[in-house]
Design a binder for this molecule. Sequence first.
Ligand SMILES: Nc1ncnc2c1ncn2[C@@H]1O[C@H](COP(=O)(O)OP(=O)(O)OP(=O)(O)O)[C@@H](O)[C@H]1O
Length: 267
Amino acid sequence: MTAPAVRCRDLRYGFGDTIAVDGVDLDIERGSVFGLLGPNGAGKTTTIRMITTLLPAPPGAIEVFGVDVRRKLAVRRLIGYVPQQLSADSALTGRENVALFARLFDVPRAGRADAVDAALESVGLADVAERTAGTYSGGMVRRLELAQALVSSPRLLVLDEPTIGLDPIARAGVWERIEQVRADTGMTVLVTTHYMEEADKHCDRVALMHRGRLRSEGTPEELKAAIGPEATLEDAFRAATGDDLDSGAGEGMRNVRAVRRVARRLG
Ligand SMILES: Nc1ncnc2c1ncn2[C@@H]1O[C@H](COP(=O)(O)OP(=O)(O)OP(=O)(O)O)[C@@H](O)[C@H]1O
């Protein structure tokens, strides 16, 4: 049987007394767009950091395309990662930023220039590639970060809150690129978000995460239908967690947005 793109079994992680991830089982089918949904502090980033080998996992807890994440280098070659923190250098041009990642991720020298061109083209930044990233809009910076992750042709693209802090048009632009890349390459995409309506529209399957645990998992249609004919994913989240997005959890989401805005101003 072919191994799934990502397989997690009884995944756990604590920071001192804080249990960030509390027994997560997860299978992500190859070629799918999978959304990990939940408010600030749910444990999404910690889960992603374990899958991307940035935090340690016990043997057997996570496999990426059948490879245990303890084989860090082998797994890193399979993954493109766009973290929540800004990773583009505002003093470098778009092309230089992507070329830097091509070198970091060992894209063979002979094909490097072509790979950089293709990555910039795939996110719609070829025309502005010679401008410094500091002159880009928020949406363009996000697409540049996407190009950085794509330049090594990963089999799994991991995106942590890719549209946070962007206006609706820029958010749509980022999703359009993600969907195009998936259609062109068959890449698997794992995305965290707290924008329920985006997950509903763009993800094949979603898992609702709350306080370190997955409370519900399925296609957006399945999760909504289980609640009622007019239900939204927010209703499904509320039913699965007993929490209201406007309560403490919602407050957390606003904080994430504020953090992202500050990061952009500093950038
Ligand atoms: N480096 C750290 N040190 C201590 N506690 C941490 C650390 N990183 C995360 N935590 C805690 O672990 C829990 C899960 O955090 P995590 O960042 O994984 O959540 P999240 O769902 O990704 O939210 P966000 O979108 O804000 O990143 C939270 O209670 C958080 O405060």
